[in-house]
Design a binder for this molecule. Structure first.
Ligand SMILES: Nc1ncnc2c1ncn2[C@@H]1O[C@H](COP(=O)(O)OP(=O)(O)OP(=O)(O)O)[C@@H](O)[C@H]1O
Ligand SMILES: [Mg+2]
Length: 274
């Protein structure tokens, strides 16, 4: 057990209703979330559509404040949108009129303290963006426009954009959902390597159980109505993990086990398991 202040993310009995009317009806999008994430931990969240995964992300980055309960990030209570996080979503959402490198630079033009130094430090920032693009296999595409890139390349660029300001926490909501299986596995490895090197926290929402087991230290299963965390599964597979591990019995057993939990949730009420 870690001391409470050593958690990077600490949700204490957090409930969220999207508006007053829903709250008056006791209709919460997520409820009773008690969840602690250690520094540098990689967690994945799986669960049926509409169970509250994106809502959890909004809470974790301060875009929504809880109706009840408390959220601490990096030891401080969350009071508004956080600068220490980067986000990437299912659709890469790059700006079509900017080149790849200029898309990656975007957060530095918006987020302080970079914003006020952007002009003076532009060269240094651009070198950082180009190095990051190279790391994810986009050397040679830095000055192309998003429409000249494949879906997988665009998603790589949007991960670079989420990481350019060196956030302590990376939030990924179904980032690889739209990609083919080969590209997806390539991006798993890129994310694995970036995280091993830079040690940022990751919260990954995914519908792909193999993805969750390959990447995460801990997988959480959420149930729908009520939106609660019902299973916590530590993934003890040793690191660094190679794609070969996904063909081992150890790996597929965990995937099966999680599949079983989700199947049970779809049939009946949710038992609470740790
Ligand atoms: N802005 C909103 N106003 C009111 N209700 C909302 C709002 N956004 C989400 N909800 C409700 O909150 C619940 C959880 O939604 P959320 O988007 O977090 O689900 P999800 O797990 O991310 O689903 P998916 O897998 O489809 O992305 C749903 O019942 C949804 O209808
Ligand atoms: Mg969602």
């Amino acid at each position: 057990m870690q001391a409470a202040d050593s958690y990077f993310v600490d949700f204490r009995d957090v409930w969220l209703a999207y508006n007053d009317e829903l709250r008056a009806q006791n209709h919460f999008a997520v409820e009773a979330i008690d969840l602690q994430i250690g520094r540098g931990e990689f967690i994945a969240i799986v669960g049926p559509s509409g169970c509250g995964k994106s809502t959890f992300m909004k809470l974790a980055t301060g875009l929504k404040m809880p109706s009840m309960g408390k959220i601490l990030i990096d030891g401080s209570p969350v009071t508004g949108p956080l600068k220490i996080s980067g986000m990437a979503f299912q659709a890469p959402s790059l700006l079509p009129w900017r080149t790849t490198v200029d898309n990656v630079l975007l957060p530095l033009e918006i987020v302080e303290p970079h914003r006020s130094q952007f002009k003076a430090k532009r060269k240094e920032y651009e070198a950082r963006a180009r190095a990051l693009l190279q790391k994810v296999g986009l050397a040679g595409y830095e000055d192309k426009f998003p429409w000249q890139l494949s879906g997988g390349m665009q998603q790589r660029a949007s991960i670079c954009r989420a990481l350019i300001h060196e956030p302590k926490m990376l939030l990924l909501d179904e980032p690889f959902g739209a990609l083919d299986a080969f590209t997806r596995e390539e991006l798993w490895c890129i994310l694995r390597d970036l995280q091993a090197e830079q040690k940022f926290n990751v919260i990954l929402v995914t519908h792909d159980l193999r993805e969750s087991v390959f990447l995460a230290d801990t997988v959480y299963v959420m149930s729908k109505s009520p939106g609660r965390f019902v299973v916590k599964r530590d993934i003890e597979l040793p690191r660094p993990r190679d794609l070969e591990i996904t063909y081992t019995k150890e790996f597929t057993d965990i995937v099966h086990e999680l599949r079983g939990h989700i199947g049970a949730l779809r049939k009946a009420g949710a038992p609470i398991q740790q």
